[in-house]
Each structure stands twice: as structure tokens, then as C-alpha cells.
Write a protein of this length. Structure first.
Length: 260
């Protein structure tokens, strides 16, 4: 009776332990996805201080990873790593790549790295492919907003696995984030390091609450999405073939309210 009581207690305790996001993925094989990033940063949608030259509005290359819950590229309300800081401020990927590789070597939390070309305007598309693994079903990536002090868009730990199968398609609207490492208010602000460093925060139409802020639109309830990402699972019959460029239907994200 004593042994049985102890066993039940142990099992009950174990069942109450938190389970990682990726622990429930029981898919039996790898999955490949086409990831399409669509910039929606137009002068019509975001008229305030829209960068027209030196440089005009554009997007950096996309850098992402497939990983387990043991790894985090970036997270809202937490401090950005040195690699994310360099990428968000200057578009330099070397430090971030090194952080990813070290995480993969030490705790085997990273399955693969992927990247997509930059977009030379505020609107447009870029795409690439990624591979997800049952033990590494999470996707994270960053794209720098150019020009900006330290602003970016991205995804933190999106799970592509649902139980015993992979999602066929997922689409997410993206909004701007501040890396918390530069205190500039506008797209073209000079370098002004944030000391001490702040956490990663989402930029909204009312935060930072300052008229000089390039995304300050006090008459709006929420900002329209500045970008969108779609991930489409590649079927086995398509593997080995060059995937066609997917032209996603345009969805309006224009600011309807009158903005000075």
C-alpha cells in the first residue's frame, strides 16, 4: 500500500508539470514550407513621415530559424540579445547567426536556419523555404524596418505542428516592434543608444505616446498591419521541384481616419 501510494503521488506530480509547446507534436516526419513575406508599408497606409529617400522605405533580408522551445530568438517584454540588437539597428546578421549556431551546438535546440532576400521598397514580396522537425516545430524570424532606429517585424515561436499533423497553411499579420536598444522616435533619427537597455516592446498608434513618433496616430484604435507572413506546406509531390512564386491576394491595410 505504501509503494502504491508513493507511485500515485509521483505520477500525479509528473502530470502537473508544465509541458513544452513542442512536446505535443507527434508528427512522424519532417515538413517543408514555403514562407512568403509581404511588405505592406505604403505611403497611403502610413503617411506620417513616410521615408521617400536617403534611404526610401524598404525591408532588410529575412533571417529565421526552426527550433524547439529551448531556444528563443526574441521575445516581447524581454531584453533583445546582442545579435538581435545588431540586426534591428544595422541589419548586420553575423552576431545573430553566431548565437543561433551556439544554441544549436550546446542544447541542440535549433533544427535549421533560413533566409529570404531583402525588399527594396515598403511594399512587395520575398520568399524562401524552411524545414520543420517534430522535435523542432517552432518558427521564429526577424526583418528590419529600413530606415529606423531599431524597429523590426517578426514572429516568436509559431508552432506549425498540431498534434499528429502539420498545418497546411498559416498566415499572420505583422506589426512593428522596438528592440529597446535605441531611443530614436522617427524613421530617420540619428543613433541614440538606450542606456540602460529596455525590453522589446510593440509599437502601437499610441505608444510611445509622443507626437514625434513616426507611428503615432492618436485617432486610430490600432495600427494597420505593416506586413504579413504566410507559410504554406509543400506537398510530397512538389518536393524537388522549384516552387512557384505565390502571389497573395492584396488585403487593404490603409488608414481610413484622417491623419495630419
Amino acid at each position: 500500500k505504501v509503494i502504491w501510494t508513493v507511485l500515485v503521488t509521483i505520477l500525479g506530480y509528473a502530470s502537473s508539470l508544465p509541458v513544452g509547446e513542442d512536446a505535443l507534436c507527434t508528427a512522424e516526419e519532417l515538413a517543408k514550407y514555403r514562407i512568403i513575406f509581404t511588405g505592406k508599408w505604403s505611403q497611403t497606409a502610413f503617411p506620417k513621415q513616410y521615408p521617400l529617400y536617403r534611404p526610401p522605405a524598404q525591408w532588410s533580408s529575412l533571417l529565421g530559424v526552426t527550433h524547439s522551445s529551448d531556444y528563443s530568438m526574441w521575445k516581447k517584454n524581454e531584453y533583445a540579445s546582442n545579435g538581435v540588437r545588431d540586426f534591428a539597428e544595422k541589419g548586420e546578421a553575423w552576431a545573430l547567426m553566431k548565437e543561433i549556431e551556439e544554441a544549436g551546438e550546446k542544447i541542440q535546440s535549433v533544427h535549421g536556419i533560413f533566409s529570404a532576400p531583402a525588399i527594396s521598397s515598403g511594399t512587395g514580396q520575398t520568399s524562401t523555404e524552411l524545414e520543420a522537425h517534430p522535435r523542432h516545430p517552432l518558427v521564429s524570424f526577424v526583418v528590419r524596418i529600413v530606415p529606423s532606429p531599431d524597429w523590426f517585424v517578426g514572429i516568436d515561436s509559431l508552432n506549425l505542428c498540431e498534434g499528429d499533423h502539420w498545418m497546411d497553411e498559416v498566415s499572420v499579420d505583422l506589426f512593428p516592434y522596438d528592440a529597446g536598444t535605441d531611443s530614436g522616435f522617427t524613421f530617420s533619427s540619428p543613433n541614440f543608444a538606450t542606456i540602460p537597455q529596455d525590453t522589446v516592446t510593440e509599437i502601437t498608434c499610441s505608444s510611445p505616446s509622443h507626437p514625434a513618433n513616426s507611428f503615432y496616430y492618436p485617432k486610430l484604435k490600432i495600427l494597420p498591419p505593416i506586413a504579413q507572413v504566410t507559410m504554406v506546406k509543400i506537398k510530397k509531390s512538389q518536393l524537388g521541384l522549384s516552387a512557384p512564386f505565390i502571389n497573395l491576394p492584396a488585403k487593404s491595410n490603409e488608414i481610413i481616419d484622417t491623419v495630419s
